[in-house]
Design a protein around this ligand. Structure first.
Ligand code: C2E
Ligand code: CA
Length: 550
């Protein structure tokens, strides 16, 4: 047997690492020796193999065989100096794993091949290909020079995937990703490239494609992936949004392309969920504005919440104009941006985690205000909004209790509104906290009730005091054709009553609606008809007028 097999060096290298497998082949006899680790891991017949190239080829994933054969042929023929490629190889369990295979040929003085030696490294997770989906890894993007190519890049993101993971667990989430990526690859043209860009985002590079082609492609993706079928007939509904950029027209550098893709996807998710959106100047401006907002907001928070203010919108007792309390609504004016609405700036505060600080400020102002009004106007029921993120803070409960004690407020008059449409991951924990707060006397309201499909689910696990019925059912109640809204509200209110909840109907914009809802079994009303949210002094004017009339 050849000396090349029986030396200490081979043994030493063979034992070097768990993830590295070495081999050496005597090319004059076509006998090779494989390290013990490789025999075990890949389930080879023995350490010594004849005609190893063919034996090994049987372990290679059929889709990767061409890559391997081409490379090895080039090395053996002398066209290439070193063998170097990545492919999937079958292990002893019959599973394919990614390996990087490197090797070189040693030749005699007449250039005849003598020895072929090399090593294989398992590179699961850090390969050219994504180990879960088998798609190209995003690191492979660096091979493309978008200034010399033309086409359309599409960044596809699954909507609300965090919730899918929360609901079904990581295993199922992985299966969904695999199935989804298989579909998006299957539906694209063979010349296009598909990458796993990040967790639940996929990048498709549609070379030489027209806009119409890309629109049709995404439409098909949407149609064919809206329900993912897993084993045991388990079906899960998903939705995807996409951002799209033309290259080189809108981006000729990779970083610019990726930036614009991300902005476009973000825009799609926030404004046109479930759709494909092409990058535009509007998107660029929106992004620019959100950056400025973010900086301005941070600056204001640093300057002791300069520019933030609470507005107050009355709660009215049905059948009267009597004000019994108010919802505190946050307003903000930045140094550069002065026209931002709560929906816009609160989303940014939430996206960057700043809502926790600002929320604490809101809480303190609301509680302080309730106490400040007490002497003049009696105990008003004062509510403020709390984002789900704030509840997740370990300190939320302690802060609330400490703040209530500091100002000596009666918790019975403090209502905490939880926006119902938020994605609650852990309702049991939230429920336990609500129970503790309610025991202390605080009131909890489930906000925007009826907007999300999970409304009733939430109600089943959370004990609350108030249900706030969302505007959209209420606003057009008096218009013809809205009988269904009437039936919904009437039934929701009936349900609240039977379950022992107080109710607040929001969005009462005119007398007609006030009269219709006033006839129903509702605890409190709120809406522009009574007053828009107003600053403190205007709200006090309303309270004074109310006092005079009663
Ligand atoms: P929300 O909690 O549903 O608040 C009610 C929104 O409806 C307010 O919008 C209010 O101005 C508006 N509204 C009241 N009556 C009517 C009406 O009759 N018709 C119509 N069309 N709208 C009416 P606003 O002040 O723009 O606040 C928007 C959202 O921002 C709030 O929705 C709430 O989710 C959030 N928000 C406001 N302040 C805070 C805060 O301090 N913290 C947190 N986390 N969120 C807040
Ligand atoms: Ca609210």
């Amino acid at each position: 047997m050849s000396d090349i097999f029986n030396n200490e060096l081979f043994e030493a290298f063979a034992a070097a690492s768990d993830n590295v497998y070495i081999y050496v082949c005597d090319m004059t006899t076509d006998v090779s020796r494989w390290s013990k680790g490789s025999v075990d891991y890949f389930g080879l017949e023995s350490e010594y193999l004849e005609n190893a190239a063919n034996v090994w080829a049987e372990h290679i994933h059929p889709e990767d065989l061409d890559i391997y054969m081409e490379d090895i042929t080039d090395v053996f023929s002398g066209k290439k100096r070193t063998h170097d490629c990545q492919y999937r190889a079958r292990n002893y369990l019959g599973e394919y794993v990614w390996v990087e295979c490197k090797g070189s040929v040693i030749r005699d003085e007449n250039n005849n091949p003598l020895i072929f030696a090399g090593l294989m490294t398992r590179i699961d997770g850090q390969s050219k290909y994504d180990s879960l989906t088998g798609l190209l890894s995003s690191s492979e993007l660096h091979h493309f020079d978008f200034s010399t190519l033309s086409g359309i890049a599409i960044l596809i993101g699954l909507d609300g995937f965090r919730k899918v993971v929360g609901n079904y667990g990581y295993n199922t989430a992985d299966k969904i990703l695999v199935e989804f990526s298989r579909k998006i690859k299957e539906l694209c043209k063979p010349s296009w490239k598909v990458f796993r860009f990040s967790g639940d985002e996929f990048l498709v590079i549609a070379f030489d494609a027209e806009e119409k082609e890309v629109i049709d492609y995404f439409e098909q993706v949407r149609r064919e992936t809206d329900v993912i079928e897993l084993e045991n007939d388990h079906k899960i509904g998903i939705s995807a949004s996409a951002g799209s950029v033309l290259f080189p027209k809108d981006a000729d550098a990779r970083e610019v392309l990726i930036n614009k893709l991300e902005h476009s996807l973000e825009f799609a998710k926030n404004n046109q969920r479930g759709n494909l959106v092409f990058f535009s100047e509007e998107i660029a401006k929106k992004h620019e504005r959100s950056l400025t907002l973010r900086e301005d907001l941070k600056e204001c928070i640093k300057k002791d919440f300069k520019g933030f203010e609470l507005y107050f919108q009355p709660f009215v007792i049905p059948g009267s104009h009597n004000i019994t309390g108010c919802e505190c609504l946050l307003r903000w004016k930045g140094e550069r941006i002065t026209d931002s609405y709560p929906m816009e700036f609160i989303k940014i505060l939430e996206d960057y985690g700043d809502i926790k600080k600002v929320g604490l400020w809101v809480m303190e102002q609301a509680i302080k205000q309730q106490v400040a009004w007490r002497d003049t106007y009696g105990e008003l029921r004062v509510s403020f909004n709390v984002s789900y993120q704030q509840f997740l803070e370990d300190t939320f409960e302690d802060n609330l209790v400490a703040c209530a004690q500091k100002y000596g407020v009666n918790p019975e008059y403090i209502i905490i509104e939880l926006t119902e449409s938020c994605e609650v991951d852990n309702p049991e924990e939230l429920s336990a906290m609500f129970d503790r707060l309610r025991k202390r006397g605080f009131k909890i309201a489930l906000d925007d009730f009826g907007t999300a499909y999970a409304s009733l689910e939430m109600l089943k696990c959370l004990h609350v005091d108030y249900i706030k019925i969302e505007h959209s059912f209420v606003r057009e109640l008096s218009q013809p054709g809205h009988e269904i809204d009437y039936v919904i509200i009437d039934n929701l209110l009936e349900m609240c009553k039977r379950l022992g909840y107080d109710s607040i109907v929001e969005g009462v914009e005119n007398r007609k609606v006030a009269d219709i809802v006033g006839e129903m079994d509702v605890t409190l009303l709120q809406g522009y008809y009574y007053s828009r949210p107003v600053c403190r002094s205007d709200f006090e004017n309303l309270l004074n007028a109310d006092k005079e009339n009663s």
